[in-house]
Design a protein around this ligand. Structure first.
Ligand code: URA
Length: 253
């Protein structure tokens, strides 16, 4: 089967799941409090630092900023070398008030750098399909951001100092947006957010983490990696179903 055929096959499975989900979910989504769900989950604690201690480590007073001011601040940031080659910063977009899920990717690609919006290229279209399959979309209940807010040249992986320079912005975004769950896509996001810098993607995706001791967090492969290697479709689908069972506990099993 070629890549197009494989993606279509996955699309069909996802469409089916979306239809089942629509039948099982109440017509009007309820504004659920997910803290009780998080309390029941036996997740591994991610990172040693809490959001608060992380933010208090940072000299600039952006920990006091709201999302708009933080985004403006980031747009003129020169904390690492990526600022020299960017066209636009890519801060994040979507539902910014208690979304069901916050997706964390790696960093902007070419199209994102030109538009200032996250995940708008091919990988982004594919990510939107994943989200749709489990009842999520950036228009309604999902917020999307990246580990680094500026495009790494030639789409290389962000370097450690670049991730560190941008990390506090991401933490502050999480604190302000208050997602019920987090989905990390790809290794840079998964290793940074779990604090397990040497772990493989295969080992990280098997665990459920609790970010800041309270937010359920699932790690999976990056959509661009799945577009390159269709063998990753099934593990991703398993991970999405796991995420779905966390945010929609009424359809578990
Ligand atoms: N890949 C990412 O990780 N993030 C984007 O915004 C686009 C592609």
């Amino acid at each position: 089967m070629d890549v197009k055929g494989a993606i279509t096959e996955l699309d069909n499975i996802m469409d089916l799941y979306e239809a089942i989900l629509k039948k099982k979910l109440p017509v009007k989504p309820q504004n659920k409090d997910f803290s009780s769900v998080a309390a029941k989950i036996e997740g591994e604690k991610a990172e040693d630092k809490t959001i608060q201690s992380m933010l208090s480590d940072i000299p600039d007073d952006f920990s006091q900023m709201d999302l708009n001011r933080l985004s403006n601040y980031v747009s003129t940031c020169t904390r690492c070398g990526l600022c020299k080659t960017r066209t636009n910063t890519v801060f994040g977009e979507g539902c910014s008030n208690r979304p069901k899920v916050m997706v964390i990717g790696e960093g902007p690609g070419e199209k994102e750098d030109l538009t200032g919006r996250p995940f708008v290229g091919l990988a982004g279209e594919y990510l939107d399909k994943w989200l749709k399959a489990i009842g999520l979309s950036r228009e309604t209940n999902t917020y999307i951001a990246n580990v680094v807010k500026c495009r790494p040249p030639q789409n290389r992986d962000p370097k450690d100092d670049e991730k560190e320079a941008c990390k506090a912005f991401l933490y502050q975004q999480i604190a302000l947006v208050m997602p019920s769950a987090i989905l990390c896509v790809g290794k840079p996001a998964s290793t940074l957010m779990t604090g397990k810098m040497d772990a493989t993607m295969a080992s990280l995706r098997e665990k459920l983490f609790l970010f800041d001791s309270s937010i359920p967090m699932v790690c999976t492969y990056h959509p661009a990696a799945v577009l390159r290697n269709m063998e990753l479709r099934r593990p991703v689908w398993e991970d999405l179903k796991r995420l779905s069972s966390i945010i929609n506990p009424q359809i578990r099993g």
